[in-house]
Design a protein around this ligand. Structure first.
Ligand code: AQP
Length: 333
């Protein structure tokens, strides 16, 4: 089946292994399937829901594009652009915010996690973030959205908003209800320091994540320091239930090798983590080091990256402004 793919990544720096295994790896596979139409967006409007340094943001936008390309996305096959350059996103988000209900947004767990204890001080943008995400997806009539598991709830909200708009205005099937594409296993990669927290760009400790720009020595060092426990690798999945850090490392290995977790357990059962970590480092270095080198090379070619963004935003603009025109007609503008 021909799929229309849309997904986004925030240019908030330090793209990491979680972003790669949870989302970008999937983007590359979808980009390589000939029949798919793919749009990958650097979601800079989402990034400013928390404070950003303008100069760093500009660099991070380019770095995100460089990461897409270094990971294997072909800009000739897929549209790559940054969200702020296509005005329809902000306008559609406003219109959809008049359709979405407060009760729906109040249930979003990501807002609760990101706003923390002091949610009165969080930006309004952080709260309404999922509505902008719905606008991103619906403007392009995406049928499938590859995301990490943490974005599943936002995608369900996008479907609710689309359905309510279609029903309220009597325009059956105007907005297509997108399907999430979430990896079956290890859709959430956890911090190397705390197996109960997801690996994240904004985590203060750099030792908590493998960045896609890390070099060989850094990767080996971070895996050496990754938290585990005193027990050897078990012989069954059940024995990992309460060993979150151990499970995460075995999961990362499995995901990079495209194995199921059971196969990895079988391979390493009875061995110590210090031993397993050597194999894990090797697999990580084989995968990440070439990407890291390519990102650094591409970052020296800022004109090339800017050209990709410009061409991408021109193409995206054509699609999105056409859909927005129809939205205007439907709502009565
Ligand atoms: N730890 C993770 N495991 C699996 N997938 C993940 N993703 C993010 N972290 C993990 C997926 O990566 C895509 C891009 O994410 P994003 O940058 O747009 O936003 P995020 O989910 O907020 O990522 P971070 O790293 O946690 O960023 P900060 O710290 O800036 O908030 C998404 O598909 C996401 O699911």
């Amino acid at each position: 089946m021909r799929k229309k793919i849309f997904s986004g990544v925030q240019p908030t720096g330090n793209l990491h292994l979680g972003n790669y295994l949870g989302a970008i790896k999937n983007f590359v596979e979808l980009n390589n399937e000939k029949e798919n139409e793919c749009i990958f967006c650097v979601v800079d409007l989402h990034a400013i829901t928390v404070k950003q340094d303008p100069n760093k943001l500009r660099n991070n936008i380019r770095e995100t594009v460089a990461t897409f390309i270094a990971s294997g996305i072909d800009p000739k096959k897929s549209i790559i652009f940054n969200q702020s350059q296509v005005k329809a996103h902000s306008e559609a988000a406003w219109i959809l915010s008049c359709v979405a209900r407060m009760g729906w947004l109040n249930r979003m767990t990501q807002f609760k996690e990101k706003a923390g204890k002091d949610k009165e001080k969080a930006s309004v943008g952080l709260y309404s973030y999922p509505i902008l995400m719905a606008a991103d997806i619906l403007l392009y009539e995406a049928t499938h959205v590859p995301v990490g598991e943490d974005q599943k709830q936002h995608l369900e909200l996008c479907r609710d908003i689309a359905q309510k708009f279609n029903n309220e205005f009597g325009v059956k099937d105007f907005f297509i209800l997108p399907e999430p594409l979430i990896q079956k296993e290890f859709s959430r990669i956890m911090s190397l320091k705390d197996g109960s927290k997801k690996m994240s760009k904004s985590e203060v400790s750099d030792l908590s994540r493998i960045n896609l720009t890390d070099d060989k020595d850094l990767i080996i060092n971070k895996i050496k320091k990754a938290k585990t426990d005193a027990f050897p690798i078990p012989s069954s999945l059940e024995e990992l239930t309460t060993r979150m850090e151990a499970k995460n490392l075995l999961g990362i290995y499995s995901s990079l090798k495209n194995f199921g977790l059971e196969k990895t357990i079988k391979q390493f059962s009875g061995r110590n983590f210090s031993d397993f970590k050597k194999d894990l480092s090797q697999v990580l270095v084989d995968k990440i080091d070439p990407i890291s080198k390519e990102i650094k090379k591409l970052l020296k070619e800022s004109d090339f990256l800017d050209k990709i963004l410009l061409e991408g935003s021109n193409k995206a603009n054509e699609i999105a402004s056409e859909k927005l025109k129809k939205i205007h007609e439907i709502v009565g503008f």
